[in-house]
Design a protein. Structure first.
Length: 240
């Protein structure tokens, strides 16, 4: 069984986005993903893994902060479940973000382009917890350099809580440098209070969150397949 460990949100749109992700996973692989929540919603992750012991658990998290390193391992201890890496630092996430950014630009016209980009992550106070956002910003800068020619587009990471610079600080810095069409690429998974805050930040355009992008479904399926293969190989060695 595949269990997705998700943060959880009171926003109904967040559950809808995760539901579209699980439907895409099923369509791609025939695997029915069960969702376990870390906060707010039910079922909790603890309830999900009690129902499905020895599941493969994929953290639907874009950073390796407290949830990934502390909360989830504590819940899974003694369950026989196999925990995979989260989604931080994966090229597929940057490609999905690039796609969402282009969609946001197209809302302003076929040839509209941002002249600077802020990659906005949730933010973490834990050492290394913001590396996923910083890595995604670097990868996005490289992708933009490939498709926009010799004039570089500044791409900077910023955070909505617990770390700096904040999104308003990053906007102010880019405006002071002369940029006017500043896009915010939301390094976030689902709608909620953070996407609501970005919608009102005053940027030229803001991209949609990532959970229901097809590349995320493929990445989760790859995580699951790799973990299941590792477990089967280990079992075969022990049997031998």
């Amino acid at each position: 069984m595949l269990v997705l460990a998700v943060h959880g949100s009171a926003a109904p749109a967040a559950a809808s986005a995760v539901g579209r992700l699980t439907a895409a996973i099923d369509s791609l692989s025939g695997v029915r993903a069960v969702v376990g929540h870390l906060d707010v919603q039910s079922p909790s992750l603890a309830e999900a893994v009690r129902e499905h012991p020895r599941a493969v658990v994929v953290p639907l998290l874009l950073g390796d902060g407290y949830h990934r390193r502390v909360d989830i391992p504590a819940v899974l201890e003694g369950t026989g479940c196999l925990l995979t890496d989260g989604l931080a630092g994966e090229p597929a996430v940057a490609l999905a973000l690039h796609s969402r950014l282009r969609d946001a630009e197209l809302r302003h016209g076929r040839h509209a382009r941002a002249d600077a980009v802020i990659v906005a992550g949730a933010g973490s106070s834990r050492p290394g917890g913001n590396a996923g956002t910083a890595d995604c910003a670097a990868r996005l800068a490289a992708l933009l350099a490939e498709d926009r020619g010799p004039d570089p587009v500044p791409v900077v990471p910023a955070y909505l809580t617990s770390a700096g610079p904040s999104v308003p600080e990053a906007l102010a810095g880019l405006r002071a440098a002369g940029h006017r069409r500043i896009a915010v690429a939301a390094h976030l998974l689902a709608p909620g209070r953070f996407t609501h805050a970005l919608a009102g930040c005053g940027a030229w355009t803001v991209s949609q969150p990532l959970a229901d992008h097809p590349r995320l479904a493929r990445l989760v399926v790859e995580r699951f397949a790799t973990a299941r293969g590792t477990r089967m190989a280990r079992a075969a060695r022990l049997a031998y």
